[in-house]
Design a protein around this ligand. Structure first.
Ligand code: AMP
Length: 366
């Protein structure tokens, strides 16, 4: 294993990025502004990130020879998605520092391990239970009550691999439809709002977080993010404190996102952690145009062993995702005063596919 705490890139060095989607593309663009090169590894020849880098490796994540050649070409390796196979990370980590570290993936790839980790830190989550059969599902419902949400432990995203269970539902059917042997049942949280915190931690332990973001989903996919979230300063400080505590406890290097629910309580609203994403995150895209430093640059600085920026927000920011056919309206967005349009260079729009986003900033009042 190569040590991560002595990573210190110089301008001109090369960062390896696993994954070639829009997150990899925006990471590579941020790196270029800092004089750093990127090489993208992705099995998909149509990867949008390939368009913005000079060197790309188009190979499967299980292709050891391609991974070794890729590692030889770069100084440090990062990733834009959390489901990097353990074997892939191991091959790479034997040759170059992989940041965030491989062991973080073990925590964040499994919802049960992740929730246990968050709970051990004394941070609130929805009540949850391990489920591995219809019988254990029944027992979990007895403990947690209904409605509840069942989620696969691994590989869920954008609402995939989960279902709400209500009184009277056929549990055998629910379990079969989920199609897995390992799941968790969570209490259904009647949240007031969904928020997220994007935080970064540097190689030497500096931690910085962005202002809290408020997120609106449509069909389980993020549609609009607004910063700052309409919550009290005290609650915002609590949310940022939680994300920073998680980053430190994981000994994390890079940017992470922590998704949270705000719930009403007798003593005032409180936050519960829903999920940790060990990467840059869609709810942080507003930082590209709405803050002095973006989440992408912050991640690049962290994994380069450079000091983090102290982000200053430029005003009230709204980020709107262009999903599927929304992209067909891009010319209209181009004419909206003050709007900044980002198109990811993807091929055909498909329902649910993130094709671009638009940021609008209303300047802070003097
Ligand atoms: P996740 O894949 O865990 O991020 O969940 C996707 C979305 O489903 C969240 O953003 C929430 O809108 C909703 N959701 C997930 N878990 C719960 C829960 N325990 N209670 C209520 N809604 C939930």
């Amino acid at each position: 294993m190569t040590a991560s705490n002595n990573v210190k890139l110089k301008p001109g060095d090369t960062i390896g990025i696993l994954g070639g989607g829009q997150l990899g593309r925006m990471l590579a663009m941020a790196a270029a502004r800092l004089g750093l090169r990127c090489q993208v590894f992705s099995p998909d020849p149509d990867s949008p990130a390939f368009d913005v880098v000079l060197n790309a490796t188009c190979a499967e994540y299980a292709d050891v020879e391609a991974l070794e050649l890729f590692a030889n070409d770069v100084n440090v390796i990062t990733y834009e998605f959390e489901n990097v196979p353990a074997a892939t990370a191991m091959v790479l980590a034997a040759r170059r520092p992989v940041l965030p570290a491989q062991k973080i993936l073990e925590t964040t790839q499994d919802r049960l391990v992740e929730k246990d980790f968050v709970k051990r830190l004394g941070i609130g989550t929805a009540d949850y239970a391990d489920v591995s059969s219809v019988e254990t599902l029944r027992a979990a419902i007895k403990k947690i009550g209904l409605p509840a949400v069942i989620k696969t432990r691994r590989f869920g995203y954008d609402g995939k691999g989960q279902a709400i269970i209500r009184d009277g539902d056929d549990l055998t059917r629910v379990w079969e439809d989920l199609g897995t042997k390992s799941a968790i049942l969570e209490a259904f949280i009647p949240f007031e709002r969904e928020i997220s915190v994007i935080a970064a931690r540097s190689v030497d332990g500096q931690v910085e977080s962005f202002d809290v973001t408020e997120n609106e989903h449509r069909d389980h996919i993020l549609k609009i993010s607004r910063a700052p979230a309409q919550i009290s300063d005290a609650l915002a400080a609590q949310a940022r404190g939680i994300a920073e505590q998680i980053a430190t406890a994981l000994n994390y290097v890079g940017v992470l996102a922590v998704e949270m629910f705000v719930v009403a309580e007798n003593g005032g609203p409180k936050v519960l952690v829903n999920e940790i994403a060990p990467r840059v995150h869609n709810s942080g895209h507003w930082t590209l145009d709405g803050a002095s430093i973006s989440q992408f640059e912050q991640h690049i600085r962290a994994i380069a062993g450079w000091p983090l920026g102290k982000p200053v927000r430029h005003g009230e920011v709204t980020m709107t995702n262009l999903i599927g056919d929304d992209i067909l309206g891009y010319e209209q967005w181009l004419t909206v005063p003050g709007a900044t349009v980002h198109l990811y260079g993807k091929g055909a729009p498909k329902p649910g596919r993130k094709m671009g986003h638009v940021t609008e900033v209303s300047p802070r009042k003097k």
